[in-house]
Design a protein around this ligand. Sequence first.
Ligand SMILES: [Zn+2]
Ligand SMILES: [Zn+2]
Length: 213
Amino acid sequence: MNLFDLEPLFRSLDALPAAAGAAGGYPGFAERFREVLEVIACEQPDWAERIRVLEELDPATLERLRNRMLEPPGYEADDPLLGFALRQTLRRYHRHEGEKPLEEGPAEAVCPQCGAEADVAYLDANGFRFAVCRLCDTRWPVPRVRCLYCGEEQPKKLEYYPYEEGYRLYRCKTCGRTLPAVDLREAGRLDLPRLRAAAVEMQALYEAGAVEE
Ligand SMILES: [Zn+2]
Ligand SMILES: [Zn+2]
């Protein structure tokens, strides 16, 4: 596997038109969900069979799963593909593109705009670290030496695994959580679909023990 194999998938998903009405109960959610499934099936033909099962989910079930997902700490579906498709559908209602990062924010993983968790982070041209919200893409500055999930700040408890082009996986030894990130001094501009593709791969490599401590 290449670090960026899933990049076309994330790029196509972010190219789907935004949806309005998150505050109004997510109108058209089932249709938007089906469009997301179509993109996934098209980009990842190997998953088509599993996608077909998800196409059968009725709007009431989707609504229930969606609501559970939005409650903290964020429910994860038993089927990772279902969870992924639901989150990608939610992103269409919440994401906002092209905005500058916030000038300040909490020193933790919870998004100051929507309350979802950050899924990735990056170091900017000056080496400052920013967290990125998994749902709305809001970016906010966070301390570089700190676990955003449990607050651990002892450098010896915080490690990171380097991959190619400045991509890296932070890991906290205290709580065990990981945070995929990229150093823009090596990778150039921030490219979220590319970062999220690498994030899946880095996490998989880490879990498979492919990188030695
Ligand atoms: Zn957010
Ligand atoms: Zn931690």
